[in-house]
Design a protein around this ligand. Structure first.
Ligand code: URA
Length: 216
């Protein structure tokens, strides 16, 4: 795996964000917020297009930033286990993130994830909208509150209140569940197991509803 760049290659470019640039030509040319400055690259979604199910995470992590592919790090491995338990093949699903550049801060030698701000979620929304239009999923699994906010176009959401409940939105069914990192880091073993089971249940439901099956 490549080494992280310290300082990142773009750090000397102090150009301001251009949030009014409605449609940047490429992800790497996007300057709608400033996250690109410290990221190695933009990480687009990947998977079949069209696809019946889309899974949306928060933003690329350290490994995704270096490899340029979504969900290839620890959260992705947990997601792979959840796909397997749900009887869904990862290859049949379009996987992406609400925010396409890694936001981080340096702690010692490690680049630690920072939650994207609302303005960064909004700046990146055009890209998720493009993917939704192109992939045309029937169901969308939103992993965590950032993904849910972006998919619903909402400024605030209460993930716990709607967890696992299908929400009709703009002709699609959105299923909110935990972000896999939550299922990895919550200290209590039983809570970790429960969060994993919730993710599996959300994926199963997404697969079922994408085929037009009715819920019991
Ligand atoms: N977390 C995410 O939300 N997305 C990734 O791609 C990796 C970790």
């Amino acid at each position: 795996m490549p080494e992280p760049r310290h300082p990142p290659r773009h750090a000397i470019d102090k150009a301001p964000a251009t949030p009014d640039d409605e449609h940047p030509a490429t992800l790497d040319a996007c300057r709608r917020c400033t996250l690109w400055r410290n990221a190695t690259q933009g990480v687009p979604g990947s998977g079949p297009s069209p696809a019946p199910v889309m899974v949306v995470g928060e933003q690329p992590g350290n490994q995704e930033d270096l490899e340029g592919v979504a969900f290839v790090g620890p959260a992705g491995r947990l997601l792979d286990d959840a796909f397997e338990r749900a009887g869904l093949s990862r290859d049949s699903v379009f996987l992406t993130n609400a925010v396409k550049h890694f936001k981080w801060e340096l702690r010692g030698k490690r680049r630690l994830h920072k939650t994207p701000a609302q303005r960064e979620i909004e700046a990146c929304h055009y890209c998720l909208e493009d993917e939704l239009e192109r992939v045309a999923p029937r169901t969308v699994v939103a992993l965590g509150a950032t993904a849910l906010k972006s998919v619903l176009g909402a400024k605030a959401v209460s993930l716990r209140k709607v967890l696992g409940q299908p929400i009709e939105h703009e002709g699609r069914i959105v299923i909110p569940t935990w972000h896999p990192s939550y299922a990895l880091r919550v200290p209590d073993h039983a809570a970790r197991e429960a969060a994993f089971e919730d993710i599996v249940a959300a994926l199963k439901l997404a697969a079922e509803l994408s085929k037009g099956k009715k819920r019991r």
